[in-house]
Ligand binder design. Structure first.
Ligand code: CA
Length: 245
């Protein structure tokens, strides 16, 4: 919580080139977002801890550390939505970024309007996952716990607690995906339903990457998953009885 108006999302922009940062921040503020610019990974991580931003835009090539490391540390310490911005047009980086919990990836040079469109799409996805009955309502998500198998999923804290007492934290993207799954157990959900978007690019692997991360965290065998089943050509199915409290 920032303690300021919740109607205006806060976006931290991690970028070491001042000209690019200026373009990004001015595009964001033109669309009503609050933004702050930080030049180094360490500054960004400290600021994210203080402000709990709604989204962080991370440049991969930084003076003090690799942007991927920043994404990793963010997900461990201050989970939030992440958009990776990079000059490296490399599929390996893209997949790695998504595996680390980033929500999307944009390659330089980019159109500021395209960047804003991606930011809005990510934030919409989270708003919908947090409050599907009241789209656009900025009220904080309720603390709710879903129980299934040996797990308790605290939807507000993005944490998974096993019956043996061990706790695993989820990135915002993973928590949003798990919330969609536990809300509709034992039903086949398409990639569009899981991403909360229409017309998902069939080559977009982001959902598969997130599913495999979730399976790993849930201790689900990727070769023979019991909880999150793959339904070939259709999507995924969450095979469990879910109780709520
Ligand atoms: Ca850079």
């Amino acid at each position: 919580m920032t303690g300021q108006e919740t109607s205006s999302p806060l976006i931290l922009v991690l970028e070491d080139e001042p000209d690019i940062a200026r373009i990004i921040c001015s595009a964001l503020s033109g669309y009503g977002f609050r933004s702050e610019h930080l030049r180094t990974g360490r500054e960004l991580l400290a600021r994210a801890h203080q402000t709990s931003p709604d989204l962080v835009i991370v440049d991969l090539g930084l003076p003090d550390m690799d942007g991927m490391q920043v994404v990793r540390e963010l997900q461990d310490g201050s989970p939030c939505a992440v958009l990776i911005l990079t000059g490296r047009n490399d599929l390996t980086d893209r997949v790695l970024g998504l595996e680390l919990g980033a929500d999307d990836y944009i390659v330089k040079p980019f159109e500021p309007r395209e960047l804003v469109a991606r930011v809005r799409s990510i934030l919409r996805r989270y708003t919908r996952a947090a409050a599907p009955d009241a789209p656009g309502d900025a009220a904080p998500p309720e603390r709710t716990v879903a129980r299934f198998g040996n797990w308790q999923f605290d939807t507000g804290r993005h944490s998974l607690v096993h019956t043996d007492g061990s706790e695993t934290s989820l990135s915002s993207a993973e928590a949003a995906l798990l919330l969609t799954l536990v809300r509709r157990p034992n039903k086949i959900l398409s990639r569009e339903q899981l991403l909360g978007e229409r017309d998902v690019d069939p080559f977009d692997r982001s959902i598969d990457v997130r599913i495999s991360r979730l399976r790993r965290k849930l201790g689900d065998d990727p070769h023979s998953p019991k909880l999150i089943k793959t339904v070939y050509g259709a999507g995924y199915l969450f095979a469990a009885q879910v109780g709520w409290e």
